[in-house]
Design a protein around this ligand. Structure first.
Ligand SMILES: Cc1cc2nc3c(=O)[nH]c(=O)nc-3n(C[C@H](O)[C@H](O)[C@H](O)COP(=O)(O)OP(=O)(O)OC[C@H]3O[C@@H](n4cnc5c(N)ncnc54)[C@H](O)[C@@H]3O)c2cc1C
Length: 358
């Protein structure tokens, strides 16, 4: 690995497998850690001059990187400051993109502020949180996000983008849609309640907490317990957490179509949640299981988590090709049975052609 001194320290020929939770991916031509916006602007200008594509990476917990790697500059936002101010009822938190998401949640919970406690334990950095509007256990970032500060790559200009302009939806945003040519998020503004009681809605949490109103710290602990039991916390000693978390998003279909699908499986208890405008959200994990896949099953060097069928796990030095072939097999079988084409949740990096066929 050669080290070149430029505006910041550039590492050359870095295996991206080491920078991702899936542990998969060929080399990046260059990687640079950035801790302030001046350095970021310099790095973006340098990449333009060198005619290199840019990939912004956090902790690499929601990316599948091609075995051939990424022939460009990987920028890792590593700025670390957090500012807070409060009034009688609200706490305003401005956190840099490089801060660990779960550390931020822990600090806010310790202050007795609510709004993000159910997002405890989600791996990754603050800067990636708006990209897919992270969500879990009845909360999503959208509810507490006030604004995103970002640099537009095309112009190099810095902007404060109100949350209402971020296109936040179920596991999506303008940042996810614009892909590599869009924005580099430098910080995130949240507005939390100074109210130490959480309102809990998810059945897994209700089972532990026993009540819809719970102390915010107890809610965080319950979330961490549930996530631990499902291997949804990053843990180097847990073979099931070598994943991107959920590989597919839950499909949203019309209520009529959902009835047809329930009939296919002869199960009127098929899980579904209201999704508005006559639509419902189905459980991708349930569909996968009902199409014949089982928890813990292996497919060569990849497999499904022992705890649920939504996480594809790198079992033994798997390649991106292995992961995609297995995911394609799951998609095809679900599509054959139900006509639903499952959409992947992670971002695919370094692939020349579309990763999946219909
Ligand atoms: C075990 C496990 C459990 C998980 N559970 C959940 C869950 O419950 N809910 C959930 O929503 N997600 C979950 N995830 C997915 C993942 O943790 C989140 O999407 C997280 O926000 C990704 O953060 P990251 O820093 O690793 O981003 P990366 O994987 O590094 O990047 C993800 C995407 O964001 C872009 N990006 C990253 N940083 C920036 C930035 N500063 N500016 C612009 N673009 C940027 C990247 O280019 C890429 O497109 C889970 C993943 C794992 C491995």
């Amino acid at each position: 690995m050669t080290i070149v001194q430029l505006e910041a320290t550039l590492l050359e020929n870095v295996p991206l497998a080491d920078l991702t939770s899936l542990g998969i991916g060929g080399p990046a031509r260059y990687v640079v850690d950035i801790d302030n916006t001046v350095r970021l602007t310099n790095a973006l200008t340098w990449a333009t001059k060198m005619d290199l594509p840019i990939l912004v990476l956090g902790d690499g917990t929601n990316v599948v990187v091609a075995d051939t790697g990424f022939d460009g500059l990987v920028v890792r936002m590593n700025n670390q400051s957090v500012e807070c101010d409060t009034d009688e009822t609200k706490a305003r938190v401005i956190a840099d993109a490089g801060v660990s998401w779960d550390t931020l949640v822990e600090c806010c919970v310790n202050e007795g502020w609510t709004g993000i406690e159910c997002l405890s334990g989600i791996p990754g950095r603050v800067g990636a949180a708006p990209v897919q509007n992270i969500g879990a256990y009845g909360q999503q970032l959208k509810t507490t996000l006030d604004a995103v500060h970002a640099i537009e790559r095309a112009t190099g200009k810095s902007r404060r983008i109100a949350a209402t302009d971020c296109g936040l939806g179920y596991r999506t945003s303008v940042f996810k849609q614009s892909g590599r040519d869009g924005w580099v998020i430098t910080k995130v503004e949240l507005r939390l309640e100074r109210e130490s009681t959480s309102v809990v809605s998810h059945h897994d949490l209700l089972r532990i907490l026993g009540d819809r109103q719970a102390d915010v710290a107890a809610t965080r602990q319950a979330v961490l317990e549930v996530r631990h039991n499902k291997s949804m916390l990053l843990d180097a000693d847990d073979r099931n957490s070598k994943s991107v978390g959920s590989f597919f998003v839950n499909p949203v279909v019309s209520a009529l179509r959902a009835n047809d699908i329930a009939r296919i499986f002869a199960d009127d208890k098929m899980p579904q949640q209201p999704a508005g405008h006559g639509h419902v959200k189905l459980s991708a994990a349930w569909l996968i299981e009902h199409c014949g896949f089982t928890r813990g099953e292996s497919h060569g060097r990849v497999g499904l988590s022992d705890h649920h069928t939504l996480a594809i796990v790198n079992r033994d030095n798997a390649t991106a090709k292995d992961v995609i072939a297995f995911a394609q097999r799951i998609r095809s079988r679900v599509a054959e049975a139900t006509d639903i084409v499952l959409e992947p949740e992670p971002v695919f990096v370094g692939f020349d052609a579309p990763v999946f066929y219909e």
